[in-house]
Write a protein that binds this ligand. Structure first.
Ligand SMILES: Cc1cc2nc3c(=O)[nH]c(=O)nc-3n(C[C@H](O)[C@H](O)[C@H](O)COP(=O)(O)O)c2cc1C
Ligand code: SF4
Length: 484
């Protein structure tokens, strides 16, 4: 009898490895390590085959293993966390064995290699796949720019720096479906005429790095990646948030300190070592195989008018069901937090939600009906970023939270421009004064002015967006910033 146990880092943190060790003592059982489906509140989630498909036992402690299989598992198809999701990019998560080339199949790459490169670009443009790393730029247009730029060398780079606290979709692809990323990058290479590529991975993802390296080695051995077609390497970052910004990433990849470059020139024209370079987020590349297999029109049929396809949202903070939720763009924040996330844990009361990581705005209850798509978020003064959703309860001190985010910016600023380098430190100091109960109206006015200066005068979005959580916290929870 096969028993499927996840080997994803979050599942292992919840005890999946210990559960697997306990199963090793049961002779009749064949252990298959899959990755996680992303329902981290259910981990360790142990699955078995049934006539109705996979069924699972959730939150299994190792002590339960000897008697577990005598109990009736719950069909995955009936677990409410999964039933309402629309899984494409994460369809294999927790289902397949991450290292199995046979299970992955590389069907989309095979199809793409038989296609004229321009036809691939046309499908990408039809799909209107907008980048999932934060800036939401249409991938097809970026790829076309690189294709149309004449050069002896071109590169394809995947951004796996995933620095936003509370996000983990890239990690889940690296650990759970690395061939999907490789396939998306190889399709891009074929389309734009690149022969070399890099995946820039944050050092905090050791399991993802190992799996990706193994996957690249297997794909090379199998002749899928080859020198004449596309050579792919992994580059491990050194742990700076700013290295997720594409130009700082390129500097880092070139062996220099991760400092932001002014744009233009854009990387699509002059990127790595001044050569035309496509840089996309891991999820963007991982979505490409489905666009090729199902067609650009299929992708464009999902989502809203200007945000096409699905988005993997990553729920964290004060929600009952923390985990990855892949849904078409257009569902509301309320539907996600309550419908999928199960609402607040017992005894906790909703206060605010932050979408888009440390640069994302803080939204109060009155904005919960906002649709999750790029344009609606811009309208209400927010960003979707990389799809991280952190829910805060009533105990959250908004002044302290604001101070925390300014401290984050002060620490992570690359230091190139004054408004960000100095402004973030001064703003943090003002927030410390307010936190100590000694803030004045003038302090709040100064904080606002500093914020506006950072927004207008910063070279990149780290300094440009850092004031957003603070300004929206003051806008919606201003009474907490008043002098006591
Ligand atoms: C401060 C900062 C940090 C960023 N961090 C990341 C990151 O960790 N991962 C990512 O994909 N994009 C990140 N971005 C966005 C990248 O600059 C770039 O837009 C993205 O990699 C392009 O890929 P996409 O079009 O597929 O989203 C960051 C941007 C800024 C300003
Ligand atoms: S805004 Fe901050 S992080 Fe961005 S270039 Fe300027 S100093 Fe560097």
């Amino acid at each position: 009898m096969k028993v499927y146990i996840p080997d994803d880092s979050s599942a292992c943190a919840a005890g999946a490895d210990r559960v697997a060790s306990a199963f090793e003592k049961i002779k009749e059982v064949e252990i298959v390590r899959t990755s996680s489906r992303g329902a981290f509140f259910l981990e360790p989630l142990v699955e078995v085959d049934t006539p109705q498909g996979r069924a699972g036992y959730s939150n299994v402690p190792p002590s339960q293993v000897p008697v577990l299989l005598k109990k009736t598992p719950e069909p995955i198809s009936q677990m409410s966390f999964f039933t309402k999701q629309t899984r494409f990019t994460f369809a294999n998560a927790g289902v397949t064995e991450p290292m199995s080339i046979e299970q992955h199949g590389f069907k989309a790459l095979n199809k793409a290699r038989g296609m004229d490169p321009q036809k691939i670009l046309d499908e990408m443009k039809k799909a209107n796949l907008r980048g999932r790393g934060g800036a939401a730029f249409p991938a097809g247009i970026k790829w076309q720019t690189t294709k149309d730029t004449a050069s002896d060398l071109k590169y394809v780079v995947a951004n796996a720096d995933e620095g936003d606290p509370g996000t983990y979709s890239d990690r889940m692809i690296l650990e759970g479906d690395p061939y999907r990323l490789i396939e998306g990058m190889a399709i891009c290479a074929h389309a734009v005429g690149a022969k070399k590529g890099f995946v820039y991975v944050r050092s905090e993802y050791p399991a993802g790095i190992t799996k990706l390296r193994n996957a690249i080695a297997h794909a090379t051995e199998a002749g899928i990646l080859e020198e004449d077609f596309f050579e792919l390497k992994v580059f491990v970052g050194a742990g700076a948030y700013i290295c997720g910004e594409e130009t700082a990433l390129l500097e880092s990849l070139e062996g220099k300190r991760g400092m932001v470059r002014p744009k233009p020139p854009f990387p699509a024209i002059q990127g790595l070592w001044q050569k035309p370079t496509v840089i996309n987020n891991v999820v963007t590349f991982a979505t490409v195989p489905d666009v090729i297999l199902r067609g650009g029109d299929w992708h464009a049929s999902l989502g809203t008018e200007k945000s096409k396809g699905t988005i993997p949202l990553q729920l964290a903070g004060q929600v009952k069901n923390a985990g990855l939720v892949e849904v078409p763009f257009g569902v509301t924040l309320e539907e996600v937090i309550w419908g999928y996330g199960g609402g607040m844990p017992k005894g906790a009361k909703f206060k605010a939600v932050q979408v888009g990581g440390p640069l994302g705005s803080i939204f109060p209850k009155s904005l919960l009906k906002t649709k999750i798509c790029f344009d609606e978020f811009i309208k209400v003064g927010g960003i979707l970023g990389h799809g991280g959703i952190v829910v805060y309860d009533d105990d959250t001190n908004m002044v302290n939270l604001s101070r925390h985010f300014m401290e984050f910016t002060a620490e992570e600023s690359c230091g190139k421009c004054t408004p960000c380098r100095i402004g973030s430190t001064r703003a943090k100091e003002i927030l410390e004064v307010i936190l100590a109960g000694q803030g004045t109206k003038e302090d709040l006015a100064l904080l606002d002015e500093l914020g506006e200066t950072m927004k207008l005068g910063s070279l990149c979005a780290l300094g440009g967006l850092a004031p957003m959580p603070v300004q929206t916290a003051i806008q919606y929870f201003g009474n907490e910033f008043q002098r006591k």
